[in-house]
Design a protein around this ligand. Structure first.
Ligand code: GDP
Ligand code: MG
Length: 666
């Protein structure tokens, strides 16, 4: 008996929350569709019964519209899952049950977890799970994944009682007969017996993907064609509509029998809040205000306070302690140099920004969990539509504020292949978390009066350039109509402390891991390369070192942008490996600690050239890991290199314009 259970449900129905509850793991939970793109596997053990569970991306149906739906469908049709745990959002029962009906047709052992039962109760909605279960023919268990209600019963069912294939419910109208006739015609094929109703449903719908992959014997082929033709002769609509209607009629009836709603529906908190937050005139000002507040507190007083505290700990505590320890151990001069200037300078330089990173991610996590982030996409949609773009691209783009890699993967939620590719090309323009240390360093050093303003302007510029590039691509490479925007707005929810802390911790962990690995190695390499000449002598002046020679060779490229200084040029190159490396490289190359690095930068950069530099860092090609993801998602080196070149050229051009016009004006 196969002991893998697939968790399947609509986007934002609480799959990951449930998965974490059941398996005790810590996957990322977010209050908007499209968060889980990869599938995750976990293990449950309940009273000595063990099963594996797989958390799949959220889908609305088993029709192959988006890549995720195809992935999920191929997975459930494979031999791997032995059962299905269908999670249903009880506050959106009709729409969720549409997927449930298709899952039932797969014939696998199945249980329905009716989630959000707490929200239902608050809205005065009562659901009779016994009746629902009777109509659907599957066990229905009311749960609250968030509060952990009824988990024992669900666990027991999932581990011990998911054995028997589900029985097919009686469909309404003549559709049921057509499905069973088709299913019987498929009996001689190699298809999984229990899933024949599903194949029948899809073949009658005229699903081209199933038609192509399923080899039918001629007799069956003819039977399917005849039945499909007979079905469509009933009405003026095509079979897909007829079947969907039949499913929805069945669902409506099931819901009518099982659900009792209050006479006067209570206006939900979400509806009341959205009257203000999503108001035609107030939406944008509120958005701007929230952003300003977020950046002001991250880079203004709160952020600076924690950053200073943290820095004095590193500079005043750790580094001198290491120096003393090395001196006591009688280490030679170059070892002290390597450890203190190379490793501690580079790694310490980056780690110093940990507090601000964590604070920013605290806010991003709040925005996401409350459900506001999804609304930003919605607000932007109305704007983007006017220039022919789909607001749906904006969802992955917003994820790009965290990290480009998952954001590029999130583009899989887009149905339209052209739109998907275009979105992938735009996400790297969003300012990812790794660029933050660079901004913070420069904004603190060269714009001490208004660091937050400078950083907000960079974020805004990233969005604007993204929109502009999107418009440009839409007019040239990706000509065509954008698909409609179907992102649904999740209800507002109070974020959980656990979820928020977990997001912050994950981010801090990622950041520190990178500092301890990539940045660590890079700092050593940079230190070595700047201490030896090309003929492998120790370099008296770092300008004569290997790195210096190389840096001066490439520096002219950046001279028209205002930062043709060789150290700045080298740090741009190392930034390709990881964006934080720009800061660590500078710390090592200028050979000073973070505190005095600021004042040194003041002598190398003017505010204008510093701003041009930051703009270049914002827009130029993404880091190696994002680059690799783009290659994978775009299916080829050509695309990835093209994207990187496109971005770098654009970065150069924008930076050039800013520096040259700025010089004229100032
Ligand atoms: P997924 O997209 O299906 O993986 O959904 P998530 O697990 O990311 O959850 C979406 C949102 O719903 C999060 O904000 C959760 O905290 C919230 N949530 C999940 N289950 C429940 C529940 O039973 N009750 C309530 N009130 N909120 C829930
Ligand atoms: Mg999820």
């Amino acid at each position: 008996m196969n002991r893998t259970i697939a968790i399947i449900g609509n986007p934002n129905s609480g799959k990951t929350t449930l998965f974490n509850r059941l398996t005790g793991s810590n996957q990322h939970v977010g209050n908007w569709p499209g968060v889980t793109v990869d599938r995750k596997t976990g293990h449950i053990c309940y009273h000595n019964h063990a099963v594996d569970v797989v958390d799949l991306p959220g889908i609305y149906s088993l029709s192959p519209f988006t890549q995720e739906e195809i992935i999920a469908r191929e997975y459930v049709l494979s031999d791997e899952p032995g059962g299905i745990l269908n999670i249903v959002d009880a506050t959106n029962l009709e729409r969720n049950l549409y997927l449930t009906m298709q899952l039932i047709a797969l014939g696998l052992p199945m249980v329905v977890a009716l989630n959000f039962i707490d929200d239902c109760r608050a809205q005065g909605v009562e659901i009779d799970c016994g009746k629902l279960s009777e109509t659907l023919g599957v066990e229905v268990i009311p749960i609250s994944a968030r509060k952990g209600e009824n988990m024992d019963r669900l666990l027991e069912t999932v581990t011990c009682r998911l054995q028997k294939p589900v029985r097919q419910p009686a469909y309404l109208h003549g559709v049921g007969a057509a499905i069973s006739r088709t299913a019987r015609a498929l009996a001689d094929t190699t298809l999984r017996r229990e899933s024949l109703p599903f194949y029948a449903l899809k073949l009658l719908e005229g699903d081209s993907h199933v038609r192509r992959t399923v080899k039918l014997p001629p007799a069956a082929e003819q039977m399917v064609t005849e039945t499909a033709a007979a079905l469509s002769s009933h009405g003026s609509e095509d079979n897909e509509m007829i079947l969907a209607d039949a499913l929805y009629d069945f669902i409506e009836e099931a819901v009518r029998r099982a659900v009792s709603r209050p006479e006067k529906p209570v206006l939900t908190v979400t509806q009341r809040l959205d009257r203000i937050i999503m108001d035609k005139w107030l939406a944008l000002p509120i958005f701007a205000l929230l952003m300003a507040l977020m950046f002001w507190s991250t880079f203004g007083p709160v952020g600076t306070f924690f950053a200073d505290l943290f820095e004095s700990l590193i500079q005043g505590g750790i580094i001198p302690a290491v120096q003393r320890a090395l001196a006591a151990a009688g280490a030679s001069g170059w070892v002290v140099g390597l450890v203190c200037d190379g490793v501690l300078g580079g790694v310490g330089g980056v780690v110093g920004f940990l507090p601000q990173i964590v604070i920013l991610f605290f806010y991003l996590s709040l925005l996401e969990d409350t459900g506001y982030l999804a609304r930003i996409a919605f607000i932007m949609d109305t704007l983007l539509r006017r220039i022919g773009l789909s607001g749906k691209s904006f969802v992955p783009m917003l994820m790009g504020f965290g990290c480009t890699t998952p954001a590029v993967m999130a583009a899989r939620t887009m149905e339209n292949e052209k739109d998907r590719r275009m979105t992938i090309m735009l996400t790297p323009f969003m300012s990812c978390g790794a660029k933050l240390p660079v901004y913070a360093l420069f904004a603190g050093a060269l714009f001490p009066q208004s660091p937050a303003l400078i950083i907000v302007s960079l974020y805004a510029l990233g969005i604007l350039v993204g929109i502009f590039a999107g418009w440009l691509l839409k007019k040239t490479v990706f000509r065509g109509v954008s698909s409609g925007f179907v992102l649904e707005l999740p209800p507002y929810r109070l974020p959980t402390l656990r979820g928020t802390l977990q997001n912050m911790w994950e981010k801090a962990k990622d950041f520190l891991t990178k500092a301890g690995t990539v940045i660590f190695v890079m700092s050593i390499v940079i230190w070595l390369l700047q201490n030896f000449t090309p003929s492998l002598q120790t370099a008296a002046d770092s300008a004569d070192s290997i790195l210096g020679v190389f840096g001066r060779f490439i520096a002219p490229v950046f001279a028209p942008l205002g930062f043709g200084e060789w150290r700045a040029s080298v740090s741009i190159l190392t930034g390709v490996i990881a964006k934080e490396a720009v800061v660590s490289t500078m710390s090592v190359l200028y050979g000073v600690d973070l505190g005095s690095l600021g004042s040194l930068l003041q002598s190398v950069f003017t505010p204008l050239s510093a701003y041009a530099f930051l703009v270049f860092i914002l827009l130029y090609m993404p880091c190696m890991s994002a680059f690799a993801t783009i290659r994978r998602e775009m299916g080829g080196w050509k695309w990835a290199v093209g994207v990187a070149a496109f971005q770098t050229v654009l970065a150069w051009a924008v930076s050039f314009l800013i520096y040259q016009f700025g010089s004229l004006l100032l």
